[in-house]
Design a binder for this molecule. Structure first.
Ligand SMILES: NC(=O)c1ccc[n+]([C@@H]2O[C@H](COP(=O)([O-])OP(=O)(O)OC[C@H]3O[C@@H](n4cnc5c(N)ncnc54)[C@H](OP(=O)(O)O)[C@@H]3O)[C@@H](O)[C@H]2O)c1
Length: 286
């Protein structure tokens, strides 16, 4: 199959490039807005360029890893976030090919206390969440056969993320306050890439919305403690603080655990525990 991967310079896009080596029978076209080794330029908001690329390369499946992911900046630049996270999904969905797209726990309010299912009511509290929800709707309107994987707390050995920031701060500072009243599940982008390949390789195409994160739950405080333990950082005291003490620019969900039962049952797979995956990622950073 000829597969177009968008956003290939990002965390997930890079992990797709790594994972694709395990599935050599497909031909891959890695793209992003910025050119890189093995990555061609393709702006997903450019309808003409997308259509031309798909026709020229005989693309049969799009895996959309491109997004506007800066939650704070999105509050000040809703128009750009909407263009990339929502309007572009209308573009990708109307090409007459299969689409796998990635969305977010931010489509939920985060006010619940039990893991969210795909059928639970959505109620985004941020511009980022609203634009991602609108993207889901635009994609499903244009391409009802699309697969959408909602994920959360993504990290990788590629790009900037919470894991790398906490390792850096742990080595620089003697103490660090980290919020303990936001609960979620860290997700290794390498595991999400593998989950995408599970969808691709499935003998039957299972259209629909699915939740995918690693297994287990923790707070950002617990996550940081685990990061420092696994990275061998012992000289930084990590202590728990409340969200109100951190003074976020944009509200963050207090509880954004996703229920992954539908994904596991549909595709017949188990998902790694977050701490085991974190260990695999940190080994790559050494
Ligand atoms: N990161 C998280 O914690 C998290 C949590 C839940 C869900 N998600 C979702 O997971 C997916 C992957 O996230 P990620 O962390 O891998 O994102 P990322 O690292 O920010 O990568 C996104 C990539 O898309 C590129 N891009 C931006 N606008 C584009 C456009 N118009 N056309 C083509 N490419 C464009 C970005 O380029 P520039 O950097 O140059 O803009 C970047 O290389 C996204 O859908 C995101 O919403 C992420």
């Amino acid at each position: 199959m000829n597969i177009l991967i968008t956003g290939s310079n990002g965390q997930l896009g890079n992990e797709m490039r790594v994972a694709s080596k395990h599935y050599p029978r497909h031909q891959y076209f890695f793209t992003d807005v910025v050119e890189a080794t093995g990555v061609q330029i393709l702006d997903i908001t450019d309808r003409k360029a997308v259509a031309a690329f798909i026709a020229k390369n005989g693309i049969e499946l799009i895996v959309n890893c491109a997004a506007y992911t800066n939650v704070d900046k999105a509050e000040e630049d809703e128009a750009t976030a909407m263009k990339i996270n929502a309007d572009a999904l209308g573009v990708l969905g109307s090409q007459g090919v299969k689409v796998i797209h990635v969305s977010t726990d931010y489509v939920f309010s985060g006010d619940e206390h039990i893991p969210c299912r795909e059928s639970d009511p959505v109620s985004p509290r941020t511009v980022y969440g609203r634009t991602k929800l609108q993207g889901e709707k635009m994609l499903l309107a244009a391409c009802p056969e699309a697969v959408i994987l909602r994920t959360a707390w993504l990290y990788s050995s590629f790009g900037n993320n919470f894991v790398k920031t906490m390792i850096r701060l742990g080595r620089e500072k003697e103490q660090l306050g980290v919020v303990f009243d936001q609960i979620g599940t860290p997700t290794y982008a390498a595991d999400l890439a593998e989950a995408i390949f599970t969808v691709i390789e499935s003998p039957v195409w299972h259209a629909g919305v699915y939740h995918f994160t690693n297994e287990g739950v923790c707070s950002w405080y617990d996550f940081t403690k685990a990061i420092h333990e696994l990275a061998g950082i012992r000289d930084c005291r990590v202590f728990p603080i409340l969200s109100e003490e951190y003074q976020y620019k944009t509200p963050r969900p207090h509880y954004s655990v996703l229920d992954k039962s539908k994904y596991k049952k549909t595709f017949g797979v188990e998902i790694p525990y977050w701490k085991d995956s974190l260990e695999r990622c940190i080994k790559l950073l050494d």
